[in-house]
Design a binder for this molecule. Structure first.
Ligand SMILES: [Zn+2]
Length: 395
């Protein structure tokens, strides 16, 4: 199996570990309803996990929940509600939406609010190793102490400074030794939750949680680290800097996989732009199978533009597969069937070429035209088996 790795920019052979495969995917900040962009990322990694299992690997899957962060506090403020109840509401909705999409739950969903001591310990380790410094109740990561900074995003410092600014970093903060340094711990505003710490009361910055959770819940190294491609900089770049500075070991993650954004009207689907299509609305008109096929059919690293019409087309494909999978007759393995199994696995092994894998499922579906009932039975059975890898509920 080959994986296109963001760090090396190469398609690498996946060398499985002798222990379970450690999969870490950055999760949600629960301040709004799940939109199609979230669905695309989490459905994709659901398929990565299912395929690893299909190939006989055990998988340990951790996905964090950022329930302490600025966007959540801002939304709670504007709604006049508590951040905690807002987070609870949207975590519940996310669980419902993922379950409706037939996404298998991760093994663990660590939350920031329940992990402050572990996160503070990580900050302390970075300070002890001189990778961080304290200024006015804030702790900053010292980017100059980490020579590999920028290797994941392949950006020049000036580009990182500007992109960081768009993601809420403050390069002009005069307390910083270097404009690229980022926050590990900061004081809370009066209406925000706050915890005591050796550096003053406050709360963690956004990036340190994922280093903490990956190392605590999975261990070093993580095998596959994933997320949306909007997380490459600064979030994942910072995660590498923090994690490798704490462990002293390289690499923190053996394979970095990133899923492209979903766009609407030419812009990334996002809360800030208000151009979102919600999963629960789509599930009122389309089946989970149709939605999964739609988001999975696009090359996963590329951005995709949302279109209603395309969903109609994928609904028709889902129906065709469903009808083809109903044949109950038990058939024996046949070369005509094996050919499509081989093609399905070839496609999946090629950095998750899911569009070609779907074409192989349609090849199996076409065998239902045969007058040979045993062949139809064997093809239907194989179609049901392979479609589970894509999380489809056929037959
Ligand atoms: Zn993360």
């Amino acid at each position: 199996m080959k994986i296109q790795d963001t760090l090396t920019e190469r398609k690498l052979d996946f060398v499985p570990p002798t222990r379970p495969v450690r999969l870490y995917v950055c999760g949600i900040t629960p301040y709004d309803t799940t939109h199609l962009g979230h669905a695309r990322t989490y459905v994709f990694f659901d398929v990565v996990r299912r395929y690893l299992r299909f190939k006989g690997h055990q998988v340990q899957y951790v996905q964090n929940i950022t329930d302490i962060d600025d966007p959540l506090f801002e939304r709670a403020r504007s709604l006049g509600t508590s951040y905690h109840s807002l987070a609870q509401t949207y975590i519940r909705q996310y669980d419902q939406d993922m379950s409706a999409l037939n996404v298998l739950p991760a093994d663990d969903y660590p939350r920031v609010s329940a992990s402050i001591p572990e996160i503070a310990r990580m900050v302390q380790l970075l300070l002890e190793r001189d990778h961080a410094y304290v200024r006015d109740g804030r702790v900053y990561f010292r980017v100059a102490s980490f020579p590999g900074y920028g290797n994941l995003s392949h950006l020049a410092p000036v580009e990182m400074i500007e992109l960081g600014r768009e993601h809420g970093e403050d390069p002009d903060d005069p307390r910083k030794e270097n404009r690229l340094d980022f926050i590990l711990w900061k004081p809370s505003r009066p209406d925000e939750p706050s915890w005591p710490s050796p550096w003053g009361p406050g709360r963690p910055g956004w990036h340190i949680e994922c280093s903490t959770f990956a190392l605590e819940h999975l261990g070093n190294p993580v095998d596959i680290h994933g997320g949306g491609d909007d997380l490459i900089y600064p979030h994942h770049e910072n995660e590498i800097a923090q994690s490798e500075s704490v462990t002293g070991a390289t690499p923190f993650a053996r394979y970095w996989m990133h899923v492209g954004m979903v766009r609407l009207g030419g812009e990334k689907m996002s809360k800030s732009l208000g151009n979102m299509v919600f999963v629960r609305d789509l599930l009122g008109s389309f089946t989970a199978d149709a939605l999964r096929l739609y988001v999975l059919s696009h090359p996963y690293r590329a951005a995709m533009d949302y279109e209603d019409r395309a969903l109609d087309e994928w609904s028709a494909v889902a129906q065709r597969l469903d009808q083809a999978a109903t044949e109950e007759e038990i058939g024996h393995p046949r070369a005509e069937v094996d050919r499509w199994t081989t093609e399905f696995m070839r496609a999946m092994d090629d950095d998750f070429d899911i569009r070609s894998a779907i074409a192989a499922l349609l090849g199996l579906a076409d065998l239902q035209r045969s007058s040979d009932t045993a062949l139809r039975g064997a093809a239907a059975r194989e179609l049901r088996r392979l479609s589970e890898v894509l999380g489809l509920s056929l037959g």
